[in-house]
Design a protein around this ligand. Structure first.
Ligand code: PGA
Ligand code: ZN
Length: 438
């Protein structure tokens, strides 16, 4: 048994220039682990709350109270514990915070500490993190299928378009490396088309193009054209994935598409998305209606759940009990796994398992505020999670995650890439399975 001998926390800065928390966990044998908390901008109301100081300095975003909590409360509880007992460590952290959403210690403090312990445990076992995760949780590692943003919108691009993420997936790629190459072609083709038409305003929070479109659907049309300009046939190797993030433009079944000056009820929004599903090669939709619109989620899933992956993000906030409830209610068929929504590694793994035992997709995801931390590349690979959402194909806080997967590919071999397998339940998977049987 190797025990934790010290826990050190410091303030560092994220991709939006905001303060965040880095934790070092040091072991009795000198091995150590380090992790940094990410931060969301389009957050679910039921996710773990980051503890920020408030007040005028640093726009209220400072983290000195949270850092102090790590030094004075979390560190004394963890010192002397077995680093391999991730569940025990996470339970000890939870025991210090009786608030419902971890607002006492702060989800930013708990997630950085919990992930740093996981890194330290891997160092102690002298394994790369992905291998430690696979061995510790009894999973078969595989390189995930990425979801990569081409245009940003919603809370990540000044609400210039209402829909938040226009992404591609490349289930027809032969390797993770191949995904990167095809994505490069599509990303720059999209930029060229936009620049030529005067539709390019810059780069959004997650590195996707910041668009000047006149309608939300123009983004879909442009994305299809970009895929074609990149020499691909839309719907074959390359498909589309959307994060509607509907909670950002609607509540209680009332939605407003500001760009188009349109007011929609839940049924109208579902009909609109249904038309897009018919017209464009979309295989995955996240948060199609708002997190409080349970009836809308149920209706959307009843109508489209056999052709498209329906992911709960704000709706499920990486919470295993909410996943179990959604399985009973049939309100989606996949979950986004963001470790900082849950606040600890163990709760995130519980959520992952709750989804997996039902045959649901589980997409490990970054936040819009990110750093050089690469934990999620390892988690996704080690859990054999199948899919990874990181943002776009520019800016180092994004590329560091994709590049880490390429390094893991060198260790694991390119055959470990899951390809289109996670999309088996979608029309793409069904069509391609049929083709394979011919
Ligand atoms: P975030 O949103 O800004 O809260 O990280 C990302 C997402 O909705 O997937
Ligand atoms: Zn989302």
């Amino acid at each position: 048994m190797t025990v934790i001998s010290d826990v050190k926390a410091r303030r560092v800065w994220d991709s939006r220039g905001n303060p965040t928390i880095e934790v070092d966990v040091i072991l009795q044998n000198g091995a150590r682990g380090r992790a940094i908390a990410p931060a969301g901008a389009s957050r679910g109301t039921r996710e773990a709350i980051d503890l920020r100081d408030g007040g005028p300095a640093l726009r209220g975003m400072n983290v000195s109270t949270a850092l102090n909590g790590i030094q004075t409360r979390i560190a004394p509880a963890l010192i002397g514990m077995d680093v391999q007992d991730q569940q025990g460590v996470d339970a000890a952290i939870l025991a210090l915070d009786s608030s419902p959403l971890k607002s006492d210690l702060g989800g930013n403090a708990t997630v950085a500490t919990s992930l740093a312990v996981l890194h330290a445990a891997a160092a102690d076992a002298q394994k790369p993190l992905w291998r430690h995760v696979a061995d510790h949780y009894g999973c078969v590692p595989s390189l995930p299928l990425p979801e990569i943003q081409i245009f940003g919108g919603g809370a990540h691009a000044g609400r210039r378009v209402d829909i938040q993420d226009f992404m591609i997936m490349v289930p027809g790629a032969d390797s993770f490396d191949d995904v990167m190459e095809i994505t490069n072609e599509v990303y720059f083709a999209a930029g060229d088309i936009m620049a030529k038409r005067g539709k390019l305003a810059g780069v959004a929070d997650e590195g996707g193009w910041w668009p000047n479109f006149d309608s939300n659907e123009e983004a879909l049309e442009t994305l299809v054209q970009a895929i074609e300009l990149a020499g691909e046939k839309p719907g074959e190797r390359v498909v589309i994935s959307l994060d509607i993030a509907a909670s950002e433009f609607g509540k209680t079944g009332d939605y407003r598409l500001a760009l188009e000056d349109r007011q929609l009820d839940s049924g109208d929004l579902i009909d609109l998305l249904g038309r897009w599903l018919d017209a464009y090669p979309i295989v995955s939709i996240e948060d199609p209606v708002a997190e409080d619109d349970v009836d809308g989620m149920r209706e959307f899933t009843a109508r489209f759940g056999d052709q498209v992956q329906i992911i709960g993000d704000d709706y499920l906030v990486t919470n295993a009990a909410l996943v179990d409830q959604a399985i009973r209610d049939q309100t989606c068929n996949a979950v986004l796994v963001k470790v900082n929504q849950a606040g600890t590694v163990s709760e995130s793994i519980d959520t992952f398992h709750a989804a997996q035992k039902q045959g649901w997709g589980a997409i490990v995801s970054a936040r819009s505020g990110e750093t050089e931390d690469v934990s999620i590349s390892h988690l996704s690979t080690g859990l054999g999670g199948g899919q990874l959402k990181v943002g776009s194909f520019t800016r180092s806080e994004r590329m560091v995650k994709w590049n880490e997967c390429l390094r893991i590919q060198d260790e694991l071999g390119s055959a470990a890439f899951v390809g289109g397998a996670p999309l088996a339940q979608t029309w793409w998977g069904k069509t391609n399975q049929k083709d394979a049987q011919k």
